[in-house]
Design a protein around this ligand. Structure first.
Ligand SMILES: [Zn+2]
Length: 352
């Protein structure tokens, strides 16, 4: 039995009735912010299958989790009010079109408020997401290999079918997200040249954002929206002036189009090194109250640590919504934290 099988086996025990007292204990007063991106209806799509979303939401409701709107969670943090019961907060990054078409009806069915983070330049049709452009090019490439040099390191990718091309595009995107904007743009241009292809000016089917009208329709059924930059660069990898423009313009543009906003920023990428300490001050000056990373962990009232009480809400942790129900149970019940503690791992600090 592999370590992973053992872990999965132990996790599955969490779904059995005898685990309830332990989970009641570890989840008391706990909040988890869960993060979703894309949704699919059936196999072969690019995201969480909506049948899985439905079954996970049904489990959360059956287990009497409160689904806490992001604005309420932030208000409790700001006011230092202890969390009661157990709850999850649902967030969706990037605002692809299927958020409205596929996810919103299911969220409404479970009366589950969610906050979607919008990349306003993508929304307005001024750009589309650069990693999608990579995938678009590599799936259509006439050859199944690519060699290039990035920041002095050689990278060689090969693929045999569209699935392999999508995986190779993902590997390249991983490397490209940390390079300066210009190098990323130059690399995309080099790929177009090498493959003799053109990237459409606006996102083609499969890569489109939800429309502003769809955003307002979703708002009418309880969804809220927050800013996620204009063009989705890693803020720590761009100049201070571009970082400021990405924040201010995305926040003001979003407020022009909908009143269903939450003053919470979502960092592009959100990994530990993707945001810097001074970003807290930048966001606060724009009237924003908090910001979300993708560093795994629970949002908590600041006590001790490298950040001040004013800074801490601008580096809140989140969990990627897992594929398996047992892993969802482990995260949302706090058993994840207990397991880290038993393994001798320290609590994850705010990493800025
Ligand atoms: Zn994003």
């Amino acid at each position: 039995m592999s370590g992973q099988q053992l872990k999965d086996g132990v996790r599955n025990l969490l779904l059995l009735p005898p685990a309830r007292p332990l989970m009641a204990l570890t989840s008391s007063g706990l909040r988890s912010i869960l993060m979703l991106h894309r949704f699919a209806d059936g196999a072969g799509g690019r995201g969480m299958d909506i049948a899985m979303l439905r079954s996970h939401l049904a489990w959360l409701r059956r287990e009497r989790y409160e689904i806490v709107p992001l604005a309420d969670l932030i208000r409790d943090l700001q006011q230092g009010r202890p969390f009661r019961g157990r709850g999850v907060t649902i967030t969706i990054d990037d605002g692809y079109e299927e958020v409205a078409d596929l996810a919103a009806p299911i969220l409404a069915e479970f009366d589950a408020p969610a906050t979607t983070f919008i990349v306003t330049g993508f929304q307005d049709g001024h750009c589309w997401l650069w990693w999608d452009q990579l995938e678009y090019l590599m799936v259509r490439a006439p050859v199944g290999s690519l060699e290039l040099e990035l920041a002095g390191e050689a990278l060689r990718l090969t693929w045999e079918d569209p699935g392999g091309a999508i995986r190779a595009a993902g590997q390249l995107a991983e490397r490209l997200q940390w390079v300066p904007d210009q190098i990323r743009l130059d690399t995309l241009a080099a790929l177009c040249h090498r493959f003799e292809l053109e990237v459409p000016a606006t996102a083609p089917p499969g890569f489109r954002p939800m429309s502003w009208d769809a955003i307002r329709r979703c708002a009418a059924s309880g969804m809220t929206f927050g800013p996620h930059s204009v063009t989705h660069p890693i803020l720590a990898a761009v100049s201070a002036s571009q970082a400021e423009a990405e924040v201010t313009q995305s926040w003001s543009r979003l407020q022009q189009e909908t009143s269903a906003t939450v003053p919470v920023f979502c960092y592009p990428n959100g990994a530990p090194a993707a945001q810097l300490r001074w970003h807290a001050d930048l966001l606060q000056r724009q009237g924003l109250a908090a910001a979300l990373t993708t560093v795994p962990g629970y949002p908590s009232h600041p006590r001790t640590g490298p950040l001040t009480a004013e800074e801490a809400p601008f580096f809140l942790h989140r969990f990627a919504w897992p594929d398996s129900l047992s892993e969802l149970a482990e995260l949302t019940s706090g058993v994840w934290r207990l397991r880290r503690f038993l393994a001798g791992l320290p609590p994850l600090p705010y990493r800025v």
